[in-house]
Write a protein that binds this ligand. Structure first.
Ligand code: AMP
Length: 299
C-alpha cells in the first residue's frame, strides 16, 4: 500500500468542488497504486460516519469523504430545508481524522440547468422506504452514480442502517460497470440504543427518549425470535407494539423481511431483517437489524 500522508492538524488537504477535480485527484492516487476509499455523506458528521471513515482508512490508501445534501432524494416539502448543515465543523473534524480529500460540490455543479438523468434500480423492493418516500431511492441512486463516476474505481463505504439503500447502490455499482466495491458497515448507536443520525440533533431531550423505542422494537423482535417465535407477522406486530406504546413516536412501519428483496417473510430466520420507521417530533427515523443480531439491550 502507498504511504498515507500525515494527518493534517486541522483542515482537509484537498477540498474538491467539481467532478473534474475529483477525477484528476483520484486518478493520480490510483496511478501511484493506491486504493481509493469513498465515504458518501450528507454531512453533520456523527459517530456512524466516523466508523465508515475509520473502516475506509483501514482498508484503503487514500480516503475521500463527500459532503453533499442531495435535493433529489428528499420528497417535495419534506425536510430538505431543515436538514442540518455544519460544513465548517465537518471540515475541521475531517482534518483531525486525517482524511485525504473532501468532495463538496454545489447543487448547481451536480445538477446544472438541463440535468435530465435519473438512475432507477429495480432492486431493493418497492416497499418500506421506497413506498414511504416516493422518489427517494431514485434520488440516492442518481447521486451515488455521479459520485462513483467522479471518484472512479474505489471501495465505497455505506451503513447497514440504510439497508434498502445498500442494495440499490450495490446493484448499480455492479450493473453500471463502475469498478466500485461496496463495503457495508454496522450501525453505530448512542448509549440507550438510538442509531446515530444527523437528524438526531433536531430532537429535544424528550424526543431522544421517545426515539429509543425504535431500537427497543428491534430488540423485542430479536428476543421473541430467540425464544422460538418464527412467524414474520407476529414478530413484526411485536416490534410495532413497542413503538405504538411510546406516546412520543408515531409508527410508519414495522416489518420482518427477506434481506435481499425486502418482501415480508412468513417464516423468519436469523437472517431475516426487522425494519422500523417512525416519526418523533418532526423527525422521521429508521432503524433495522437482522433478527439473529439485534442491538445489544445494554446499549
Ligand atoms: P447520511 O449522511 O445520513 O446520508 O449517511 C451517510 C452514510 O453513513 C450512509 O452510508 C449511512 O448509511 C451511514 N450511516 C448513517 N448513520 C449511521 C450509523 N448510525 N451507523 C453507521 N453508518 C451510518
Amino acid at each position: 500500500m502507498a504511504d498515507r500522508a500525515a494527518p493534517a492538524q486541522s483542515g482537509v488537504p484537498n477540498l474538491v468542488k467539481t467532478p473534474q477535480q475529483l477525477r484528476t485527484l483520484t486518478a493520480g492516487w490510483r496511478k501511484a497504486d493506491g486504493v481509493v476509499g469513498l465515504v458518501p455523506t450528507m454531512g453533520a458528521l456523527h459517530a456512524g460516519h466516523r466508523s465508515l471513515i475509520a473502516a475506509a482508512q483501514k482498508a484503503c490508501d487514500r480516503v475521500v469523504v463527500s459532503i453533499f445534501v442531495n435535493p433529489l432524494q428528499f420528497g417535495p416539502g419534506v425536510d430538505y430545508p431543515s436538514y442540518p448543515l455544519q460544513l465548517e465543523a465537518d471540515l475541521e473534524q475531517l482534518g483531525q481524522l486525517g482524511i485525504d480529500a473532501c468532495y463538496n460540490p454545489a447543487v448547481e455543479t451536480l445538477y446544472p440547468k438541463g440535468f435530465a438523468t435519473r438512475v432507477l434500480v429495480s432492486s431493493g423492493g418497492d416497499l418500506w422506504e421506497a413506498a414511504s418516500r416516493p422518489g427517494h431511492l431514485v434520488g440516492v441512486a442518481t447521486v451515488v452514480a455521479k459520485l462513483f463516476a467522479a471518484t472512479g474505481p474505489c471501495r465505497a463505504f455505506f451503513g447497514d442502517k440504510d439497508a434498502q439503500q445498500v442494495v440499490v447502490v450495490s446493484t448499480l455499482a455492479r450493473d453500471l460497470d463502475t469498478g466500485v466495491e461496496v463495503v457495508v458497515c454496522p450501525t453505530v448507536r448512542e448509549p440507550g440504543g438510538l442509531a446515530a443520525s444527523s437528524r438526531n440533533q433536531l430532537l429535544s431531550p424528550a424526543g431522544r427518549e421517545a426515539a429509543q423505542s425504535l431500537s427497543r422494537a428491534l430488540i423485542n423482535a430479536g428476543e421473541m425470535f430467540a425464544s422460538g417465535v418464527v412467524s414474520g407477522a407476529e414478530l413484526a406486530k411485536a416490534a410495532a407494539q413497542v413503538i405504538d406504546l411510546e406516546p412520543g413516536a408515531r409508527l410508519d412501519y414495522a416489518a420482518v423481511v427477506d434481506p435481499v428483496d425486502f418482501q415480508p417473510v412468513e417464516t423468519a430466520t436469523s437472517n431475516s431483517r426487522v425494519m422500523v420507521a417512525a416519526k418523533v417530533e418532526a423527525v422521521r427515523l429508521i432503524d433495522t437489524a437482522l433478527l439473529g443480531s439485534p442491538p445489544h439491550p445494554s446499549n
